[in-house]
Design a protein around this ligand. Structure first.
Ligand code: PLP
Length: 450
């Protein structure tokens, strides 16, 4: 078990009980895995921990390492595990479909593919009824950007500086926070000032940030654009809620310039924000194209683009195809995820428990100077750490220390933000109030030791 006190005898917060005995691990040793990972899988994003965890089993909101130690997963994979690790209904759907037919494509008829497309379309408003399946969020956004360009006949795309949209050519260029590090420059992508109420130059004035989008169109394009791509809440960028009024204003500016609004719902969709099923709903706008991935498969690799029949026509006579996108095993998983979210009222749980976590984090902010900002909605939450609240100097090293210590006390949490100083909380939506207390108590304990 995880040690329940430190070397000074200070007692750690108690993890909520969980009635499950992990399967005994008989795989290679952790030191052997470390050695081979270093050789064959050197990771470009860098390890999350000094000593990475060897995770061997998952059960709902918990993960187990090779010694059977239990960890509360407050990162939810990477905002991917929406129902809970290895949720029985999702596992059953995957196994059933795998035994029946592991692979076919949209070239043929198969109900697992069509059922999920129909279920997705039924969750979206208005004319958003045509679905394309992909294998990831990157591919979904690449396709969405290409469709916007084809539909409008324009090349210019606007993205927001702190957004994250993927790691292929167009999406990497739309990801201003990283693209300068990769030599994949694509013309026609313009980066708008980030409407960040905490660090942004215009504070919470959404309309001032929107004016920057108008300026980009006026000064940097022919006056017409293909569209804008935006997350409703920026996830990787440090869980940033866009300044109020920004999205509706930008939507109308881009529309007037002939462009489309692409809502990247890869993190903010599928009930994660609690108050709404889709992140864009909280902004009172209806997108022209919606992109999905991460939580829609509970870990199964699937993404999707949903648009209107009118926009979809641009692909009708062009040969667009993905071999594995919409694989029936993944679509069966996706349909099971949707059913579980409804059956177990997980969106409502994301709202209730997520609001409770946020409330507790705000109280923690009164106690710990290192917390500069607490933000987000539902179970998409961020805690920005600073050395000095006035200067907002990023506390990056301290954050890494906190992440490491929280892991030692049994909590896995995410990191992010342009300055690498934001704790990201994106747990499986089945997280309980007891889990929330344990998470915040552990965070409190680590911050008290700083
Ligand atoms: N869009 C958003 C908002 C994301 O958070 C991510 C991944 O973190 C992506 C797109 C890219 O998705 P993937 O890693 O599945 O390609």
């Amino acid at each position: 078990t995880i040690p329940r006190s430190d070397e000074n005898g200070d007692v750690f917060p108690q993890m909520p009980p969980f009635d499950y005995t992990p399967t005994p691990y008989r795989g290679p040793s952790t030191s052997d895995l470390l050695k081979r990972r270093k050789q064959y899988l050197p990771t470009s994003v860098g390890p999350l921990y000094t000593n990475p965890l060897n995770l061997v089993e998952g059960k709902m909101q918990y993960l187990f390492d090779e010694n059977g130690r239990r960890y509360l997963d407050a990162f939810g994979g990477i905002a991917t595990v929406s129902c809970g690790h290895c949720h029985p209904d999702v596992v059953e759907a995957i196994v059933k479909q795998t035994k029946l037919l592991q692979h076919t494509t949209v070239l043929y008829l198969n109900h697992a593919i069509i059922d999920f497309a129909e279920a997705l379309a039924s969750k979206l408003p208005g004319e958003l009824k045509v679905v394309y399946f992909t294998n990831s969020g990157t591919e979904a956004n690449e396709l969405a950007l290409m469709m916007a360009r084809l539909y409008t006949g324009c090349h210019d795309i606007i993205s927001i500086r702190n957004g994250y949209h993927g790691n292929a050519t167009a999406t990497m260029n739309a990801t201003a926070q990283f693209f300068h590090k990769f030599n994949v420059v694509q013309t026609g992508i313009h980066h708008a000032v980030n409407p960040d109420p905490y660090r942004g130059v215009f504070g919470s004035d959404g309309l001032m940030y929107a004016k920057d989008v108008q300026d980009i169109i006026d000064y940097g394009t022919s006056g017409r654009v293909a569209g804008i791509i935006a997350e409703a809440i920026q996830g990787v960028g440090g869980v940033i809620e866009l300044a109020p009024g920004y999205l509706p204003a930008v939507y109308s500016i881009v529309r007037k310039a002939g462009g489309l609004y692409i809502a990247d719902e890869v993190q903010s969709g599928f009930g994660r924000t609690g108050s709404h099923f889709w992140g864009f709903e909280a902004h009172g706008v209806v997108p022209d194209i919606v992109t999905l991935a991460k939580g829609i498969g509970n870990g199964a690799p699937i993404g999707a683009v949903i648009t209107t029949p009118e926009i979809a026509k641009v692909l009708t006579y062009r040969y667009y195809f993905s071999t594995f996108g919409g694989n029936p095993v993944c679509t069966a998983a996706g349909l099971a995820v949707l059913k579980v979210i409804e059956k177990e009222r997980l969106q409502q749980n994301a709202f209730v428990v997520g609001s409770y976590i946020k409330e507790r984090l705000l109280s923690l902010m009164e106690k710990h100077e290192i917390i500069g900002d607490v933000r987000g909605r539902g179970m998409l939450l961020g805690v920005e750490l600073v050395k000095d609240r006035q200067a907002k100097t990023p506390a990056k090293a301290e954050m890494l220390q906190i992440i490491e210590q929280m892991k030692d006390m049994g909590v896995i949490i995410g990191k992010g933000g342009f300055h690498g100083n934001v704790l990201r909380i994106t747990p499986p939506l089945c997280f309980t109030k007891e889990d929330a207390d344990f998470l915040v108590d552990v965070m409190d304990c680590t911050m008290s030791k700083m």
